[in-house]
Write a protein that binds this ligand. Structure first.
Ligand code: SF4
Length: 292
């Protein structure tokens, strides 16, 4: 793996395809977790390298650049997702320790934060996240799609075991921080069986998750080619079943309808309805002063 350090002028990124926020920060470019279905590989084609998993770019000054972004007069505190196209707690974060400084910057500016991760390294920063949650909300989203460790190890080789990701939610919940599970991407004929889905619902419930958002895998652009290359090596009999479901980037509609019915049954069984809260964003202190 090659690591390149870089300086960023501005780090808050706007996009128009939000789950719950239109704002992202990516402290790394590229991701060591090496998920075989990774949707984010396109983001490297704009850089000098197309080796998304092997050329990692580290924005070493991200906290300072963020402080500059937050200090601009037109910035209003609003939820920002870390990260959009990489995992903020990928293994390199152990060495670079960018997240503690970033969270401290969020605390200083009382800005809400959403974190999406497949790592348990986040627990290192739990005290800081608890502090931020007192002045601006924090939401932790764990990505978890397969319980079986043999399969997990093949499809997400450098991510944490799924069970550890889900169990960490209980510690986070005890600190008063909201948590959720992104049960995605579910891979047809590999992780879509009812036992796997049911286990994720049950363990998420036991560990205090507020919501589960399931989604079937998409295969856009380069992702499709890379995914099938891995599948041919790892699960040689699977491609002939999956391929007919993906004429384009999205799964077959009839398959999707059956999957949605399975999910409805599980929501009823585990009494697990999505509770993504509507949030009040903190007001900028300078504005409050102006009102007096
Ligand atoms: S954790 Fe996310 S960004 Fe990293 S390899 Fe997996 S899917 Fe891609």
């Amino acid at each position: 793996m090659r690591v390149k350090e870089t300086f960023a002028k501005s780090v808050i990124h706007y996009h128009d395809h939000a789950y719950s926020t239109n704002w992202d920060i990516n402290l790394y470019r590229g991701c060591e977790h090496k998920c075989i279905y990774c949707f984010a590989q396109y983001s490297h084609k704009y850089l000098e390298s197309d080796q998304f998993f092997d050329d990692i770019i580290v924005k070493t000054n991200v906290a300072e650049a963020l402080n500059t972004d937050f200090s601009k007069r037109n910035w209003e505190p609003r939820a920002i997702n870390l990260c959009g196209v990489t995992d903020p707690y990928q293994p390199l974060e152990k060495k670079y320790e960018l997240m503690p400084k970033i969270i401290e910057t969020f605390i200083r500016h009382k800005n809400p934060m959403i974190i999406t991760t497949k790592s348990t390294l986040l627990m290192r920063d739990l005290d800081l996240l608890e502090e931020l949650n007192k002045s601006a909300f924090v939401e932790i989203r764990v990505s978890a799609s397969v319980i079986n460790e043999n399969i997990r190890n093949k499809i997400e080789p450098l991510a944490a075991p799924t069970i550890e990701r889900l169990e960490m939610l209980s510690e986070i919940t005890k600190r008063g921080i909201d948590t959720g599970v992104l049960m995605m991407p579910i891979i047809p004929y590999l992780t879509d069986n009812i036992a796997n889905l049911s286990n994720i619902f049950q363990i998420s419930k036991e560990n205090g998750a507020n919501f589960i958002i399931p989604a079937i895998m998409h295969l856009r652009g380069e992702t499709k080619k890379n995914f099938y290359n891995h599948i041919d090596k790892l699960f040689p009999n699977l491609r002939s079943k999956i391929e007919p479901l993906y004429r384009g980037a999205y799964v077959d509609k009839k398959y999707l309808k059956n999957f949605s019915e399975k999910i409805s049954l599980l929501r009823n069984k585990y009494n697990f309805y999505n509770k993504i809260k509507k949030r009040e964003h903190p007001k900028k202190e300078i504005e409050q002063l102006n009102l007096l």
